[in-house]
Write a protein that binds this ligand. Structure first.
Ligand code: AHM
Ligand code: MG
Length: 337
């Protein structure tokens, strides 16, 4: 007929998560779905503010430094406030950990729920002024049985997270989520104000041809990392060398890695003894997504999701991506020991 009809059966994120929760049967109370609704709202709100940042003068410094001693951008502060307010008001949270706040927030009894959310409200902030993609990263734990919400509820291995994801603010806002049943990607339809399922069941290709490291740090890298990089830049005859892609925004670099394959790395090195990326709200959520998409996430010697955190802002070495690529890197670590 040639006539275009609108799709009358769009799958929104809420509909999709609800249907997944239904499949879990009686255990699912709908609370996680409601919590994810609150997170979606914050992502829409942050996306709107990122978009108009230039116009309303939000770019630049807020005049304060955060826990890691970095200067906070106005947009970081704003995004943090949006998330804390929304998550508390949802009534579904007990403990919140934000990259921007030194202490964990223990939610007051009146608003207290069963989930703990760890998040980096606006990651990749050094890219804001250049208009490069940035994102929000989050991980969700269920409080331990009998707990009323303490810091111990989030000092647990990443393998105990019940959901994790990120929203990337780019040419569109993309929310990528796992609730432990694979990985799905949703794109914000600005007119509808809804995240629509656009990337069902994301699977990382078993091997890629892209590497994503801040190679400017190579002089500090440990030998296994430099030997691995050498091996993909100067492969044995007949093979092509890998392409380099490094945005410097973890969300964007991981997003590309999930879709195209390859390896992303931010190793610990001679200068940064534990690396740069934060375990709770950067490494864990991305490792969870990577594994759920069929990839591997390791420190080089250890599965990231097995690490037991001792403090909320600790850092860890990160390599993640296509199975075969990460295994290749691991071989160089195995040779060391
Ligand atoms: P941030 O939380 O201060 O924004 O830092 C985290 C970011 C990640 O998004 C990215 O992977 C990494 O820092 C880039 O670091 P570098 O500039 O050292 O390459
Ligand atoms: Mg960050």
């Amino acid at each position: 007929s040639g006539e275009e009809h609108p799709n009358t059966n769009i799958i929104t994120l809420t509909r999709h998560v609800l249907s997944q929760q239904f499949q879990l049967g009686a255990q699912a109370s709908g609370d996680l779905t409601l919590l994810l609704t609150a997170i979606q709202v914050t992502s829409k709100f942050i996306a709107t503010n990122v978009r108009k940042a230039r116009l309303i003068n939000l770019i630049g410094l807020a005049g304060d430094t955060n826990v890691q001693g970095e200067e906070q951008k106005k947009l970081d502060v704003l995004s943090n406030d949006i998330m804390v307010n929304s998550l508390r008001a949802s009534g579904k949270t007990a403990v919140l950990v934000s990259e921007e706040l030194e202490e964990a927030i223990i939610i007051d009894e009146k608003h207290r729920g069963k989930y703990c959310v760890v998040f980096d409200p606006l990651d990749g902030s050094s890219n804001i002024d250049a208009g490069v993609n940035i994102g929000t990263i989050f991980g969700i734990y269920h409080i331990r049985p009998g707990s009323e919400g303490t810091i111990q509820d989030v000092l647990r291995p990443g393998s105990e997270m019940v959901a994790a994801g990120y929203t990337m603010y780019g040419s569109s806002a993309n929310l990528v989520l796992t609730t432990g049943q694979g990985v799905n990607g949703y794109t914000l339809d600005a007119a509808l104000g809804e995240f629509i399922l656009t990337h069902p069941d994301i699977r990382i290709p078993p091997r890629g041809k892209i590497y994503s490291f801040n190679e400017g740090n190579a002089m500090y890298f440990h030998p296994p990392v430099n030997k691995y990089l050498e091996s993909i830049k100067f492969p044995s005859t007949g093979k092509s060398p890998y392409s380099a892609r490094y945005i410097g925004s973890m969300v964007a670099d991981v997003h590309r890695t999930l879709l195209y394959g390859g390896i992303f790395g931010y190793p610990d090195d001679k200068k940064s003894k534990s690396g740069k990326l934060r375990l709770l709200y950067e490494a864990f959520p991305m490792a969870f997504l990577t594994e759920q998409a069929g990839g591997i996430a390791t420190t080089g010697t250890k599965r990231i999701l097995d690490i037991v955190p001792t403090t909320i802002h600790e850092r860890c070495s990160v390599f993640l991506g296509s199975k075969d690529d990460v295994l290749d890197l691991k071989k160089f670590y195995d040779q060391e020991s």
